[in-house]
Design a protein around this ligand. Structure first.
Ligand code: BG6
Length: 510
């Protein structure tokens, strides 16, 4: 096990939802698993006044998300709570951090955290630069000979290419790139990391992983929920910014990338950037209109209950044109992927919550079983990111009896079969990595910018293009009717069910 040095985690925006919902439960699991260093302190920073005890109550003892589904000893929770402290910065984050510096120094001396400080910015991105500047003002960005200083930032990392560049510049003015950790929780998912292992720790997939054998790549990210209480944020964002630019392009980069020299952060991230830069950027309106679709869910009945349409959701403009569904077709301009179409879609209020990657292989070059009905029976490799995590290969087998009738059979692996292994949750894994200084699963500045370069023209087209439509789809359906037009010629979308082995066409009738 890699050693985690003693340290202090300083969370800005500590009274917000993310701290209670994700960060503290992840820290608690690390605490239960004995993964936290011996000397470890959390200092919550926010604008409202709170005592240490009030903060502990808010994010630890009174936190409904802390224990998840597990039963936990109260004594353990009290022990954990002792690690938490709180400091307010007054009414503004953009202020002199003298008091904060004193508090950090005092806690460091008392709890011997070795001047190792990790700042977690769980605030709106508009505050990132100001916080970085004020930390710098107190020399809290510098190692001063001892201790590391790292800064983790949450998404959204930019609203478009220009703002992402500004954010990068703003942070890099006060912290070195090697100190900056941009979190993308999809990279913390075991199954997303397993894309690398599937490809590069086996000799049976990589020889086929190219245009000679792969017909198309399909990625579906569906959520059954709507925007819930996040309408205000989401309406200024939309599916393309919220999911595609970050999480889904991260998955794409892992599928597209060339084998890195080794598994260190620099090599892997270099290859990912190269992969993202090889996505063919769409500029002309004709391509953009044929290769992109956006849509919004409209009110419908799910399980007998009427659910709101997007425009009726709290915080959403009743005339909003923000997309809750986005489907994009694109190509990758390099030797490996020339002419292989990629189809990626993401949406809210779909029939089920699922994320999966489907690699569709080409039909055998020469078909000898001519009457086998091979149509639509291509070999598929399905990599299931969530739920029912696993991998499924679909291949042809002979139907018993005379002649050569071919049917598809499944060869599968399920993570749940690894009974002895407890799978770390995304935030738990990512926090531990950052504590240990491993940035492999964090996005680098050039990676984020490369992703925006691809997304920017689509957003501009959707905003200013001629006759660009926002289609409607009934909440609980697999998107708008014309999403099929996008993939037409290459078959149909594989509409997955909640279980990996379910075949398309799954639906709940009763
Ligand atoms: C977040 C998006 O980044 O990811 C949310 O802002 C989305 O809109 C969520 O619901 C999905 O994450 P997961 O891990 O549940 O697939």
């Amino acid at each position: 096990m890699t050693k985690t040095e003693n340290q202090m985690l300083i969370i800005f925006g500590a009274s917000g939802d993310l701290t209670a919902r994700k960060l503290v439960p992840a820290l608690f699991r690390l605490f239960q698993e004995n993964q936290l260093p011996k000397n470890f302190v959390v200092l919550g920073v926010s604008r409202s006044y709170m005592t240490d005890d009030e903060f502990r109550k808010k994010v630890v003892s009174g936190n409904e998300y802390l224990k998840g589904n597990h039963s936990v000893d109260d004594a353990l929770v009290s022990e954990f709570a002792k690690k938490f402290f709180y400091e307010d910065v007054g009414t503004e984050y953009d202020t002199d951090y003298k008091d904060l510096e004193e508090r950090i120094t005092t806690l460091n001396a008392k709890y011997k955290t070795g001047e190792n400080y990790m700042y977690y910015l769980s605030t709106p991105p508009s505050l990132y630069e100001a916080i970085a500047k004020n930390l710098y003002g107190q020399q809290l960005n510098r190692s001063r000979g001892v201790g590391f200083k790292r800064i983790i930032v949450e998404k959204p990392f930019g609203y478009d290419l220009e703002s992402a560049k500004q954010l990068n510049k703003g942070l890099q003015r006060y912290f070195k790139e090697s100190q900056i950790y941009r979190i993308d929780h999809y990279l913390g998912k075991e199954t997303v990391q397993n894309l690398l292992v599937t490809r590069f720790a086996n000799s049976i997939f990589e020889p086929l992983w190219n245009r000679n054998y792969i017909d198309r790549v399909e990625i579906t990210n569906a959520e059954s929920g709507g925007v819930g209480l996040r309408g205000g944020y989401y309406d200024g964002s939309g599916a393309l910014r919220d999911m595609f630019q970050n999480h889904l392009l991260q998955i794409v980069s892992l599928i597209v990338m060339e084998p890195p020299i080794d598994a260190n952060a620099q090599e892997i991230r270099n290859e990912k950037v190269k992969a993202l830069r090889s996505l063919r950027i769409m500029y002309d309106e004709k391509t953009l209109s044929e290769h992109t679709i956006r849509a919004q869910y409209v009110s419908s009945k799910i399980d007998g209950k009427v659910v709101n349409g997007y425009r009726e959701e709290e915080g959403v403009n009743p005339e909003s044109t923000t997309e809750t569904y986005a489907a994009i077709k694109f190509f990758v301009d390099n030797w490996r992927w020339k002419d292989v179409p990629f189809y990626v879609r993401t949406a809210k209020r779909m029939p089920t919550k699922v994320t999966e990657v489907v690699i569709h292989f080409k039909a055998p070059h020469h078909q000898i079983f001519k009457d086998a009905g091979m149509f639509n029976k291509d070999n598929k490799l399905i990599i299931r990111i969530q739920p029912d995590e696993g991998i499924l290969i679909k291949f042809g087998v002979k139907v018993p009896g005379q002649g050569f009738k071919v049917e598809r059979a499944n060869l599968d692996f399920y993570y749940s079969s690894l009974v002895d292994t407890s799978i770390m949750e995304a935030y738990e894994r990512l926090l531990l990595d950052a504590m240990q200084g491993d940035a492999t699963l964090y996005a680098r500045a050039d990676e984020v910018e490369a992703a925006w370069e691809f997304v920017d023209p689509i957003l501009k087209y959707w905003k200013n293009g001629k006759d660009v439509r926002v289609y409607g789809y009934s909440a609980g359906a697999w998107g708008p009717e014309n999403a099929d037009a996008l993939i037409a010629g290459d078959g149909l979308w594989r509409n997955p069910g909640p279980n990996l082995a379910d075949d398309p066409g799954f639906c709940v009738i009763y």
